[in-house]
Design a protein around this ligand. Structure first.
Ligand code: ZN
Length: 198
């Protein structure tokens, strides 16, 4: 693999970019215990996007990791997961948003959020706030009980853990360094990503 780009996403921010079919995206947690929300849109038609419902359905699991495909709302494979050194990710919960912090955390002040970082970075492709779907939450540790109860626990990722995704179509992608206290064990860290060609 040949690295053609690398970027650091500062704590509580995000970055959007294009990934061509056949290119490989590496998402790295450089310090450990940091979640990165990822959304993807087809570069050819932004009404096609990465779908939690389709992916969980076709993969027959709530725990998406190495060997799984990520599917669009049109049931096409958008990405293949080639590697996942941590192995715990979430595809159930929506990106943290300003309302997350007022409803769950009772915050009264402005709070950065993945939702804001996703739609502001994607606005140059004319992707609007209402277009943001449930994100694939890389390194997010959501635990579920037999009775259906869920809880957000500290990420299990260690410094240097990473995932590799191969694009199966031309994509517009946005990644964040998540802004929610509970999801990141109450410390905001950066996320790094690289683009590779085979
Ligand atoms: Zn978040």
């Amino acid at each position: 693999m040949k690295r053609i780009d690398m970027q650091k996403i500062l704590p509580q921010s995000g970055a959007a970019f294009e990934l061509k079919k056949g290119q490989i995206l590496k998402v790295i947690d450089p310090e450990g215990e940091q979640v990165s929300d990822m959304v993807c849109f087809s570069a050819d038609d932004k009404r096609e996007w990465l779908s939690s419902g389709k992916t969980l359905d076709y993969c027959n699991t709530l725990l998406i990791t190495k060997g799984h495909n990520l599917y669009s709302n049109r049931s096409r494979i958008m990405m293949k997961i080639l590697e996942d050194t941590n192995g715990r990710n979430d595809f159930l919960l929506a990106p943290c948003s300003p309302e997350t912090f007022t409803i769950i955390y009772k915050d009264k002040e402005y709070h950065p959020s993945c939702f804001e970082n996703l739609h502001t970075n994607l606005s140059k492709w004319d992707i609007k706030p209402d277009d943001i779907p449930v994100a694939f939450n890389i390194f997010m540790n959501v635990q579920f009980q037999q009775n259906g109860e869920i809880s957000v626990e500290p990420p299990l990722s260690k410094a240097g853990d990473f995932m590799l995704f191969e694009a199966e179509m031309d994509l517009i992608i946005c990644l964040t360094a998540c802004s929610a206290e509970q999801s990141n064990n109450y410390r905001f860290k950066p996320i790094e990503f690289e683009i590779h060609e085979k």
